[in-house]
Design a binder for this molecule. Structure first.
Ligand code: ADP
Ligand code: MG
Length: 155
């Protein structure tokens, strides 16, 4: 399937799960971490409360960069850094309103590293950068039910 705007992107390996508790989402994140090979950009998309930060905790823990309880939401600080090489960065673009603000974050430095970069509100990144990426859409279904759709997008 071609979804690029100017760029050809291959979407493959679509995986869909429904979790029924935060613990299940954490466990899914830990399992998913085993499939991620740095450098890798993980885009997390979905409304507030859909479970992006919860999933990020599981991924960071699964990568062995920090314990789940050490991973907190970067919604105020925007970027958190975990572990040693290969590092894991956890970014939250919720407060970013335009491309100029995005530039001030200095994310370009991150793309050039052998890092795993997890980005909440990843849709705000647009087409840049063209690192190998995984796109994850989270959807609130009910109280403790969340649909998680994972696509591996090769650029
Ligand atoms: N299945 C689930 N997966 C993830 N979070 C869940 C689930 N069920 C309930 N929750 C709750 O929903 C909220 C998700 O918050 P959070 O992960 O911070 O979302 P986001 O980062 O998308 O705003 C948490 O309070 C969490 O306890
Ligand atoms: Mg969050």
């Amino acid at each position: 399937m071609s979804v690029g705007r100017g760029t050809r992107l291959e979407v493959s390996k679509i995986l869909e799960v429904v979790t029924h508790s935060p613990e299940e989402t954490l466990a899914f994140g830990r399992a998913l971490a085993g499939e991620l090979q740095p450098p890798c950009l993980v885009l997390l998309e979905g409304e507030l409360g859909s479970g992006k930060t919860t999933l990020a905790k599981g991924i960071v823990a699964g990568l062995g960069a920090a314990r789940e309880e050490e991973v907190t939401s970067p919604s105020f600080t925007l970027v958190h850094e975990y572990g040693r090489e290969p590092k894991v960065y956890h970014v939250d673009l919720y407060r970013i309103e335009n491309p100029r603000e995005l530039e001030t974050l200095g994310l370009d430095d991150l793309w050039n590293q052998q890092a795993t970069v997890i980005v909440e509100w990843g849709e705000k990144l647009g087409d840049n950068p063209l690192a190998p990426r995984v796109r994850i859409q989270l959807e609130y279904l009910a109280d403790e039910d969340r649909r998680i759709l994972v696509e591996r997008v090769a650029s």
